[in-house]
Design a protein around this ligand. Structure first.
Ligand SMILES: O=C(O)[C@H](O)[C@@H](O)[C@H](O)[C@H](O)COP(=O)(O)O
Length: 268
């Protein structure tokens, strides 16, 4: 199913979309682990590395099967590079840090080289942390760790793993905040995030949509209304929810459990 998207810069792909619905969250976790491991194999075989972007929230827990057999020993972890889609501007050992969440639930359990993990500089202000992270992404392009997309001019990540808030936000791009309309920057900041903590940095939509594959991993009843809007209404002239602006270069795959998907018509 092709998603018709607005034609603004960075939002103009007609990416393919697939919607995978499972009754139980446990089944989402099983399918997500296989999906990630298969993409890792594909990219490592094709180009010798796999660049992955993580979100915060429940995503890390939903990735739990990836650190179990058979993947723990079969995935080429040494070829992985990890980036953060958004990050709370707090110390890296703070309970609110997405880095800490990812480290405790995932990164500490697999042998990804430490120098392949791009945490934010937690000693900076939000403005400076966003500048710093953007600069490090651009350096990674120069070093050949990330490719620059010929299509977009932005870094081209292999896989981004996204969650969605109950009102349809992704990353730290919220409905009534201007950051969602950023067209030039790769990384920006927000100081009044409606979801605490208030100070964050975040990838912008042009950078998000420069990814080759995006998995939208949404579980739980709280998300059901936004999932229904995102997957049921046609894309016309209206103000989309942030989640509706997600359109990677190749494929958007929704992973939904029963409670998150129950308001979506079955033919979607
Ligand atoms: O740091 C963050 O807050 C996130 O990156 C954010 O965008 C998250 O992915 C969604 O809010 C979904 O969170 P849940 O999975 O907890 O609902």
């Amino acid at each position: 199913m092709a998603a018709e998207m607005p034609t603004e810069k960075g939002l103009n792909f007609h990416s393919k979309k697939e919607i995978l619905k499972f009754n139980q969250e446990e089944q989402v976790a099983v399918a997500l682990a296989k999906y990630i491991a298969d993409l890792s194999d594909k990219f490592v075989n094709e180009k010798g590395s796999f660049t992955v972007v993580l979100s915060g929230g429940t995503l890390i827990d939903t990735m739990r099967k990836l650190v179990e057999a058979p993947y723990k020993d079969s995935v080429a972890w040494s070829k992985w590079y990890i980036f953060f889609l958004d990050e709370r501007v707090v110390p890296l050992d703070d309970p609110d840090s997405n880095y800490k969440l990812a480290k405790d639930g995932f990164l500490s359990k697999v042998p990804i080289p430490r120098e392949h993990i791009y945490a934010i500089n937690d000693s900076l202000t939000p403005e400076a942390a966003a500048d710093d992270y953007e600069e490090r992404l651009k350096q990674s392009v120069q070093q050949g760790i990330l490719r620059k997309s010929h299509m977009t001019g932005f870094a081209e990540f292999d896989l981004m793993l996204l969650g969605m808030g109950p009102e349809g936000h992704v990353a730290s791009l919220f409905c009534w905040h201007f950051q969602r309309f950023e067209k030039e920057r790769w990384v920006t900041f927000i100081k009044e995030s409606p979801k605490p903590p208030s100070e964050r940095i975040t990838f912008t939509f042009p950078l998000i949509n420069s990814a080759l594959f995006i998995a939208m991993v949404v579980t739980g009843e709280d998300a059901a209304d936004a999932v229904k809007v995102a997957l049921s209404r046609p894309h016309h002239n209206y103000m989309p929810l942030p989640v509706e602006m997600v359109s990677p270069q190749l494929m958007l795959t929704w992973f939904l459990d029963g409670p998150a998907a129950h308001k979506v018509r079955t033919e979607c």
